[in-house]
Design a protein around this ligand. Structure first.
Ligand code: COA
Length: 220
């Protein structure tokens, strides 16, 4: 996986459903982000068998110019014909050519979404990309008819709690010693009714700000 070195927001970011081919890159982020990381098998089972599960990845698309054979564009014919012929010989990058920069997952249960995970590549944090992923997850929950979104977060994870609070989530309780790696308590947080006017107007404002800031495309 190529290193992210710039403090800038990468170009050509897209959010799309996670596929099995993404799992190795997801695990790299997972192992850095969480002290109790999920295994490859757990992700495979989720993607293959869990009908309640919805996982999204934030990907950086490589430049067409970086795809192999890009220098070999025919010189005759119109631009469209040349592009068509080029793409035919050099199909667009498959999922494995794209760089996974973050991911999120939820279970959609009857009328409730349970946000299971969200993580960003550590060198890309604090640029609004976690927020872009959360927006996509909320949109997905709303489209599936979820009434509310709930989640657990470590008591010590103030960064994530601040992000959820920005979206209007509030604390509804504690699960003592929920995290078995260090017996840490979990804060249970829940959203307002997702379809409510107050939640939607806040979401709309955050979406507009996010579009201006990071301009991530969500391809459903
Ligand atoms: C939580 C996480 C996904 C946030 O992603 P991010 O891209 O860094 O967050 P964003 O830049 O989109 O920030 C969104 C908001 O979150 C809050 N926030 C994020 N990082 C923060 C930090 N280090 N300190 C305080 N607030 C923070 C802020 O409210 C921020 O809004 P602002 O920029 O207007 O201040 C990221 O920190 C991460 O991957 N952490 C490790 C995995 C993890 O803890 N996941 C949550 C499990 S419940």
């Amino acid at each position: 996986m190529s290193r992210v070195t710039s403090r800038d927001i990468p170009d050509k970011l897209v959010i799309e459903p996670m596929r099995e081919g993404d799992i190795p890159q997801v695990l790299e982020i997972e192992r850095e982000a969480f002290s109790a990381a999920w295994s490859e098998g757990a992700y495979r089972r989720e993607l293959r068998w869990n009908r309640l599960a919805r996982y999204l990845v934030l990907k950086e698309k490589p430049d067409v110019a970086q795809v192999s054979g890009a220098g070999d564009v025919p010189r005759n014919g119109g631009l469209g014909a040349r592009l068509f012929s080029f793409l035919k010989r050099n199909p667009p990058a498959t999922t494995s050519n794209n760089l996974v920069r973050g991911y999120t997952g939820q279970w959609l249960m009857v009328d409730e979404s349970h946000l299971l995970t969200i993580a960003l590549h550590h060198e890309l944090r604090r640029r609004g990309l976690g927020e872009a992923l959360l927006i996509a997850a909320i949109d997905q929950a709303v489209e599936a008819g979820a009434r509310i979104m709930t989640l657990e977060v470590r008591v010590s994870n103030l960064a994530a709690q601040a992000m959820y609070e920005k979206f209007g989530f509030w604390r509804v309780g504690l699960r003592p010693k929920y995290y078995t790696d260090n017996d840490e308590d979990a804060v249970i947080m829940t959203s307002d009714i997702l379809a409510s006017a107050s939640f939607q107007s806040r979401l709309q404002r955050l979406k507009e700000e996010s579009q201006k800031k990071v301009g991530v495309l969500w391809s459903r």
